[in-house]
Ligand binder design. Structure first.
Ligand code: UDP
Ligand code: MG
Length: 315
């Protein structure tokens, strides 16, 4: 059986369409499947629509609803945790990722049983050049800094088998950065290209600053390089200062007392002060992540969980 994990945040106009188009695409292709809709604290009628889908097709629809918005990563985690299938596929509710691609993924994994995971990557990005450049430099940077592999263009649109699902949900980190988690757990992953569609309804929840925050989160979660960086910079500036010290002493011995130097002192004080604050900031970022993790708060809180009770044991 295949479980479709669908995070939904304010997708009232999309969920029913998503459901019917998926049912159509899967007909004669995939026999056994279920939808695991995760309502991520939507403030519109998404939950109502999901309720009516459950009433219509309770056999194949599960609805999890969060007590507030916990973010897509938390929704994915909750969905995977409650997926009953031997396979699970994470897919957006906005139909930007076509259900037909899921059928393709399923065929790939059925044909070759050494494959544990099939990931669709965007063959071409449909956004402005600047954003694209920003994203690919992020991937270059994080790949250099981290032992985990990050693939440019591969989102969380992926299908995985039970082994991999269990590995992913065994990772109990509070700040979940899926791209890194999938890389971390390993397994044999195959990549297939796909074309992103226009959003059917509603608006994307991403903007530049949210993406930037997300990128920083990814780096902090999967690399300790920034921490080491402050040590390297510290060593480097200590080294430079020793050279400067020698120069000053030689100058003093050769030419006698030399009072001017106000400008260089101000520059040095500001520069070193800046570096120190920066290192403290980096340290603080890591510490806040540690702090969030040790508090051991739940990744999400459920308000309700609708599912067909007959073929399930509770989570
Ligand atoms: N989403 C979510 N919680 C959030 C933000 C988004 O569950 O806080 C869901 C959203 O409903 C959609 C998917 O994540 O199904 C992708 O979101 P979006 O379309 O905004 O991102 P984009 O496709 O622009 O990357
Ligand atoms: Mg989208």
């Amino acid at each position: 059986m295949l479980s479709l994990v669908v995070p939904c945040f304010n997708e009232e106009d999309n969920v029913e369409k998503f459901y019917s188009q998926t049912v159509m695409a899967f007909e004669n292709n995939i026999d056994e499947y279920e939808f695991v809709f995760v309502d991520d604290g939507s403030s519109d009628k998404t939950l109502e629509r999901l309720h009516s889908l459950f009433d219509k097709d309770g056999q194949r629809v599960q609805v999890l609803s969060f007590s507030r918005n916990f973010g897509k990563e938390a929704a994915i985690y909750a969905g995977l945790k409650n997926a009953r299938g031997d396979f699970a596929c994470i897919i957006d509710a906005d139909l930007q990722q076509r259900p037909e691609v899921v059928v393709e993924m399923m065929n790939v994994i059925k044909e070759d049983n050494t494959v544990d995971c099939v990931t669709a990557y965007q063959a071409e990005r449909k956004e402005n050049k600047l954003m694209s450049a920003f994203k690919s430099s992020f991937y270059k940077m994080i790949n250099r800094m981290s032992e985990v592999d990050f693939v440019n263009g591969a989102s969380d649109f992926r299908l995985m088998n039970r082994k991999m699902i269990d590995a992913v949900i065994s990772m109990g980190e509070y700040h979940r950065f899926s791209k890194g988690i999938f890389g971390f757990v390993g397994f044999n992953t195959k990549f297939i290209p796909y074309k992103v569609q226009e959003r059917e309804n509603g608006t994307s929840k991403w903007n530049f600053f949210k993406l930037l925050k997300y990128a920083v989160e990814g780096i902090i979660s999967f690399s300790s390089f920034p921490l080491k960086l402050s040590a390297y910079v510290g060593f480097f500036s200590a080294f430079v200062s020793v050279i400067y010290l020698v120069l000053v002493i030689i100058k003093r011995l050769a030419y006698g007392v030399d009072v001017p130097g106000y400008a260089s002192i101000v520059v040095l004080v500001l520069f070193l002060g800046g570096l120190q604050l920066m290192s403290l900031g980096i340290l603080g970022e890591y510490m806040s992540k540690v702090y969030d993790q040790v508090k051991n708060r739940p990744i999400y809180i459920l308000k309700e969980h609708l599912k067909d009770e007959e073929n399930v044991q509770d989570d």
